[in-house]
Design a binder for this molecule. Sequence first.
Ligand code: NAD
Ligand code: MG
Length: 382
Amino acid sequence: MKTINLLGSTGSIGVQTLDVAREHGYKIEALTAYSNVDIIENQIREFRPQYAALVDEKAAADLKVRVSDLPVKVLSGMEGVCFCASEGKGEITLNAVVGMAGLKPTLDAIGAGKTIALANKETLVAGGKLVTNAAKKNGVSILPVDSEHSAIFQCLLGAPSNKALKRIILTASGGPFFGKTKEELEKVTLSDALKHPSWSMGQKITIDSATMFNKGLELIEAVWLFDVSADMIDIVVHRESIVHSLIEYDDNSVIAQLGHPDMRLPIQFAITYPERYPSPEKQLDLWEIGKLSFYKPDYETFPCMDICRAAIRKGGLYPAAVNCANEEANLLFRQGKISFLDIPRLIAEAAEELNDKQDYSLEDVYNTDSFMREIVRKLAKI
Ligand code: NAD
Ligand code: MG
């Protein structure tokens, strides 16, 4: 029986992680979220963790009163989240926080020797070198929860090394605007962008999927997780979201992982690895699917993939810069303050303002975050 610290428990991945925990009887040591008191209270009553934390101080005070009949210790602020990530008996810290706010708790959990199950891709994008160096130093494994990276991880199992690996092929659903022209994208609304064809996810990643910035983030995530260069990674649009990604060896043999689009499988595998157990995911009967289709991405209409590729090639703080600029632009779009096509434009323009440092610290990443957010707002005239 595994014991889990779950960060971001009230979100899309958090709730599905608890589905998996319920199914297999995993113990939850800690639960954290930003401010949703109603959901986390119900989760505490069901899973009886030792610790819980809400970032929002007022919400945490409210929660403390509501669960005062239980032995759970309620903490607040980012310190509370970091405590839940790293203290206590949880062997695995599953990070399902959205955005680079997840970076510090990940580093603290690594420092405490916890196995990391990582959904929070922004952590690896903003602080890839810090996270991977800390993991090496502490002998900690980082297991991917993102479906594409779980697929690659599964395809690589059994390979003696990365030596004969020639290419990683990331699949992308293409999002709600696949096949659209730039002119057609000029007028799209928030509700158009939130209509994802195959996955039901939190709002930030759903918008990232519409701009294809999500695939750019995943490219950088793959560089850090699998220790490959950005040039070894290709992207293919696959509308059905059945093939979750592929790898290619020197002899041109291509290996893929397939399944229905259901995050509970990659979540479960990150927890049970190296074991496998029955999953609530539906069995894949290919005759029901019939056809699988693949297309080359439209890099001109969706420039975010190339923005991210250029950022990881430059290295240093560039990946953090484009991630943070995107976090701000994504938010401004959700608030109705900028248009859909402003998102890539603002990210590209903001990244040009970066004063890079190839050898960076956590503080440099935070400074880049506030600087980029400010530049994006300035460029957007907000
Ligand atoms: P979500 O918005 O549904 O949930 C985010 C969770 O993080 C919530 O519990 C929220 O309370 C908490 N949170 C928000 N801001 C916080 C902050 N500043 N500090 C601490 N906690 C905070 O998001 P999601 O869709 O579950 O995605 C979570 C992460 O997983 C993202 O990095 C996303 O890219 C990644 N991911 C999600 C999916 C998916 O299917 N949803 C798939 C692959 C990867
Ligand atoms: Mg993904």
